[in-house]
Write a protein that binds this ligand. Structure first.
Ligand SMILES: C[S@@+](CC[C@H](N)C(=O)[O-])C[C@H]1O[C@@H](n2cnc3c(N)ncnc32)[C@H](O)[C@@H]1O
Length: 256
């Protein structure tokens, strides 16, 4: 099986056609949350310039379509994972229900639901609900022999004990939405990808649940964050992405 490659196509097909069964150590998946469609935007926002809610064609499905899609790609990852493999799935209140149901139906064991507290979350435009400032990352495993590099995770935990020694990492991660130098920009200067994930998030996941030389798969590669961090820490990667422009951007990011 080819490694260190980005496939351009639909992950539900590529997972079955190109990825060998029981070959993957770790999956990170940041699927469409199915939240697009209402076209919310805030022109002239004073704090960070014009703001547009994610509004992408790949993110618009009916509820039954979304359930079916979720089942299909998570089942594809299940087949691809080794028996001691792990999957981390990013989600929000929009899709955590569907993801959890499918994981349970496929007999995955849920190890953690990590809360990502977005320290620079967007303001609430409707003023009718509490401001959403969290997303989740579900960590589930296929069998009982999963990898967890406990000591390494303690070492990289930015939180320390009062005496300065390493501290266990909790399932509550404070980090900002990607901005500044880390945010990839297109030729027009605008954010290249609407949902680029923080490298710090992938660093924690990859260090916790894989070892050097392992294979990390991302079925929704986007701007290539998973592959970039996997490469940095000596892991092999396989990425899948539907949109050609993101595949090209990822290749550039990785120096491929
Ligand atoms: C939420 S974004 C992932 C962002 C990524 N984590 C990053 O850091 O840039 C989801 C990505 O999945 C892609 N996508 C949507 N449906 C797909 C499918 N069926 N197969 C492969 N890619 C898909 C979209 O084009 C989008 O780039």
């Amino acid at each position: 099986m080819k490694k260190n490659i980005i496939y351009n196509g639909d992950c539900t097909e590529i997972l079955t056609k190109k990825i060998e069964e029981n070959s993957i150590d770790l999956v990170f998946a940041d699927p469409p949350y199915n939240l697009s469609g209402n076209g919310l935007h805030w022109k002239g926002n004073k704090t960070g310039g014009d703001w547009f809610m994610v509004n992408e064609e790949w993110d618009k499905m009916t509820a039954p379509e979304y359930m079916q899609f979720t089942r299909k790609w998570i089942a594809g990852c299940h087949k691809a994972l080794k028996n001691n493999g792990a999957i981390y799935i990013a989600c929000s209140y929009h899709n955590i229900g569907e993801v959890m149901i499918v994981l349970k139906q496929l007999d995955y064991k849920i190890n953690n639901i990590i809360t990502w507290y977005k320290t620079n979350a967007m303001p609430n435009m409707t003023r009718r609900v509490f401001t959403h400032a969290t997303e989740f990352v579900i960590w589930a495993v296929k069998g009982s022999g999963w990898t967890f590099n406990y000591e390494k995770i303690k070492e990289i935990n930015p939180e320390k004990q009062k005496d300065g020694t390493d501290k266990q990492m909790r399932d509550f991660w404070e980090m900002p939405l990607v901005q500044g130098k880390e945010r990839l920009r297109g030729e027009d200067g605008k954010a290249l990808h609407p949902t680029q994930k923080p490298e710090e998030m992938l660093k924690r996941i990859i260090i916790a649940s894989s070892n050097e030389g392992d294979v990390v798969l991302d079925p929704f590669m986007g701007s290539g964050t998973t592959a970039f961090v996997a490469q940095k820490y000596g892991r092999n990667f396989i990425g899948i992405e539907r949109e050609k422009k993101y595949v090209e951007a990822t290749k550039k990011r990785l120096g491929l």
